[in-house]
Structure formats: C-alpha cells, structure tokens
Design a protein around this ligand. Structure first.
Ligand code: FAD
Length: 412
C-alpha cells in the first residue's frame, strides 16, 4: 500500500525539451510544478538538428543565453543533394519574421544544459524517477512513481503534462494511440568522426537522397567538435530486402551508394555503435482531456526529415503553459481550442510537406533549378520551422499551394 506523499499543481512526466520548457515557463509564472524524469542525465537522444523557430521558445523561457554560449555548432540552413545536384536554403533569407539561425546539438549535452539551467531557475526536476500509473478519473489526479531505490510512491497533481517522448506514458495508459498514417519507416544512425572533404558546409544540415530510391534519404548533421551525426531513413520493407547483416554494414553500404555523401565522408571513421529506430511515427486520438495534455513526442511524431521534432515539442510546451497559467488564474479555458487546435494546425502543415517529400512532389520543388525568389523564401520559412505563421500562404493553404507549385516544378 503506497501512501500519498505530496500534492503539486502540475506534474510533468519527462525532462526532455518539451518537459523542461513547459516546467520552466510554469515555474516563471509562479505555478508549483514538478518534473519526474526516468533517466539520469546526460543520456542519449536522437533529434540533433534544431530549427530557428525553436530559438524563440528558448528565449521565452529564459534559456536562450545559455544555449547561445554553450559552443554548439552554428546552423544557418539546410542543403539538399540528389544525383550531383545541390540546393541550399539559407534560413536567414526566409519569409516569416523571427530568428534565422540555430544550432546542431548532441542531445545528451543539450538536454542536460536545459535541465541544469531550469534547475538554476528553481524548477523542481527529479531524475531517476519513473511514472508507472496515472489515475485521471479523480481530481486531483493520482500518480504512482518509482524511484531508483525501487520503492513506489504516490503523488497528487491538479494537472498532468505528459512529456515522456517515445515512452508515451499517457497514450498507453489511456489507450489514445491511433495509426500515424505513415508507412512504417526506420532510421539507422551513428556519430562519426567525419574528416569531411574540403568545402563541406558545417553550418547546414545536409539531406541527401539515394540516387535510385527517392524515398531513401540520409542526414549528415555536423557538430562543433569535428564529429557528425549520420543516419539513413527508409521504409522497413526496404531495409528488410537488403543483404547486409547488421546495422553498421547497412549504414556504411548505403552511405557509400550516394556519391555526394561518399565524397564528403571518404575519410570518415566509424567509431561509435550504430543504432536503429523503427516505426517511430505516432499519433493519438486526442492531445488533451480532463486534467491532462500531451506534449512533444508523447502526442504526435511525424517523421525526422525536416527536423521538426524539437520545435513541435517546444511549441506544445509553450501553448500548454500559456493555457495552464490562465486556468490557474481562474479564467475559463478550452484546451481543445487554446492548445490542441493551434498545435495541430502547425503539425498538419509539416505533415503536408513530409507527405510531399515521400510522394516526390516536395522534392521536385526543392530541387527545382529556377525558383521564384519570394516563393523560395516562403518554402524556406517552412524548413526553418515557421509553420504557425499564417501570413505565409504556404502555411495558410499548404496542400493547395504545394500541389500548384509541384505542377510547375515537375521535371520535364
Ligand atoms: P524526449 O526528448 O524523448 O524526452 C522524453 C523524456 O521522458 C526522456 O528523457 C525519457 O527518459 C522520459 N521518460 C519516458 N518515460 C518516462 C516515464 N515513464 N517516467 C518518467 N520519465 C519518462 N527532432 C529534431 O528537432 N531534429 C532532428 O534532427 C530530429 N531527428 C530525428 C531523427 C530520428 C530518426 C527520429 C526518430 C526523431 C528525430 N527527431 C528530431 C525528433 C526528436 O527526437 C523528438 O521529437 C524530440 O526529442 C521530442 O522531445 P520530447 O521532449 O517530446 O521527448
């Protein structure tokens, strides 16, 4: 029998980007918040290339200065390569207002930095604490957790924010998971000492497309210490049809099938283990309900191709914190209208372009040799993460605009 120990206003599950940002914003607004995080930091996480839009959220929580000073790799854009063609998008030349540069980060370091800065601000974050059960049928909600000593304990909270990422605590407990609509895909990745060839632009993420299979693509994310994150993404069916026996052989073989990447990485040394993540796309039937909201990957995760994950995680945290602050002030809030709908609107814009990428229509737009400059700025805004800027026609009417533009850009 567990004894109720304490009551908090808001309990946050997980201290990744979504959880720490939400908790910091709430703490700064004077709301009693506790974060319980299963792991000890630093811990590995995938998701290393940030988008400029995310800088605005770090500023909102007073975390930007520390990030700016941490020595992370500066990032000012994205480069795309396919069959010898290279196209650059410089985020500083975008349509939407807001920051035009960002960073590429080893997440072990980045997530620890954010958590340390939040702790310095006075946020209550406890590591090595795993949430196991949540009862939202009562108010306050009851939460069962277990510390590293193995002892279970119970908490009460007026509101629960699930920021557990791929842990997906509430979606599992409340049976909220639904199919994502994307074909199951897989990422195989590692960190390499890149010894990159001369002229390689470290200030941009490089997205390369396989010479024959347009739905097989690679990321190369340079860090400031001479290493890079290298990964390849393809459908699970494609990987299953390959002859290589292990992840390392698979990653090496696929990397050197792409001539541009083979050139950049000709002298690279693979020293770290090669990891694999399968079927990561996730969706839920609802993002909020009585007493809870889902943040970041605990809600919806689309696809890694446009590095949208951390930006969406931050946006969800910012919207949830704003809604909770109003709720604790006694204002009437509508979680669907104030949190879920605006969040979903931007996620759906990303969805349009992710689907377009795999269908090929958005690749035709990206690799089009004579883009109209203002259209390129609008597309650049999407790639920089400004998917909530309704002033951009490619946000406001994403499907119609992409369809029309793809017609113009289709080869031949
Ligand atoms: P997380 O960062 O996953 O944090 C969740 C935290 O919750 C973890 O620390 C975990 O230990 C904790 N937790 C889990 N269960 C429990 C529990 N029961 N109790 C307590 N704590 C718990 N995004 C980008 O922005 N850029 C990229 O370049 C990028 N590349 C990607 C490549 C791949 C192959 C994939 C699959 C994803 C990529 N992403 C990228 C997405 C990115 O990884 C996520 O969107 C991002 O980490 C989500 O942040 P989060 O805070 O929601 O969750």
């Amino acid at each position: 029998m567990t004894v109720v120990k304490e009551r908090v206003q808001v309990l946050v599950i997980g201290a990744g980007p979504a959880g720490v940002l939400a908790a910091t914003l709430l703490h700064r607004a004077g709301i009693g918040v506790r974060v319980l995080e299963k792991a000890r930091f630093p811990r590995f996480s995938i998701g290393e290339s940030l988008l400029p839009q995310s800088m605005a959220f770090l500023a909102e929580a007073g975390l930007l200065k520390a990030v700016n000073q941490a020595g992370f790799q500066y990032k000012e854009g994205a480069a795309f390569g396919h069959q010898g063609r290279y196209v650059d998008f410089d985020f500083r030349d975008k349509f939407s207002p807001g920051p035009g540069t960002t960073f590429q980060v080893k997440r072990a370091q980045f997530d620890k930095l954010l958590a340390d800065e939040a702790l310095k601000q006075g946020v209550d974050i406890r590591f090595g604490q795993s949430i196991e059960e949540v009862d939202l049928s009562v108010s306050p909600a009851r939460i069962w957790a277990r510390g590293e000593d193995g002892e279970p304990y119970q908490l009460e909270a007026d509101f629960v924010l699930d920021a557990s990422g791929f842990g997906r605590v509430l979606p599992r407990l409340l049976d909220l998971e639904i199919p994502s609509g994307f074909e199951p895909r897989q990422g195989v990745f590692t960190h390499v000492v890149d010894n990159a060839s001369e002229g390689f632009d470290r200030d941009k993420i490089l997205i390369s497309v396989h010479p024959e299979h347009k739905d097989v693509w690679y990321w190369l994310i340079p860090f400031s210490d001479g290493t890079s994150s290298l990964g390849v993404v393809a459908s699970q069916a494609y990987f299953e049809g390959r002859a290589e026996q292990d992840n390392e052989a698979l990653l090496k073989a696929l990397t050197f099938e792409e001539p541009g990447l083979a050139k950049v990485l000709a002298q690279a040394s693979f020293e770290q283990p090669v990891n694999c993540l399968k079927g990561y796309s996730a969706k839920v039937s609802r993002l909020c309900g009585p007493g809870f909201a889902l943040l970041g990957n605990a809600g919806e995760f689309l696809d890694p191709v446009f590095s949208s994950g951390v930006t969406i995680a931050f946006k969800s945290a910012s919207l949830a914190a704003q809604t909770l602050v109003r709720q604790f002030k006694g204002e009437t809030v509508d979680w669907q209208a104030d949190f879920a709908a605006p969040l979903q609107a931007g996620v759906d814009v990303f969805r349009t372009y992710v689907e377009g990428w795999y269908e090929g229509s958005f690749q035709d737009v990206i690799f089009y040799p004579e883009p109209q400059p203002q259209v390129k700025q609008m597309v650049c805004s999407i790639l920089a993460g400004y998917v909530w800027d309704k002033g951009n026609p490619f946000v406001a009417e994403s499907r119609r605009r992409l369809r029309a533009l793809a017609e113009i850009c289709r080869p031949g």
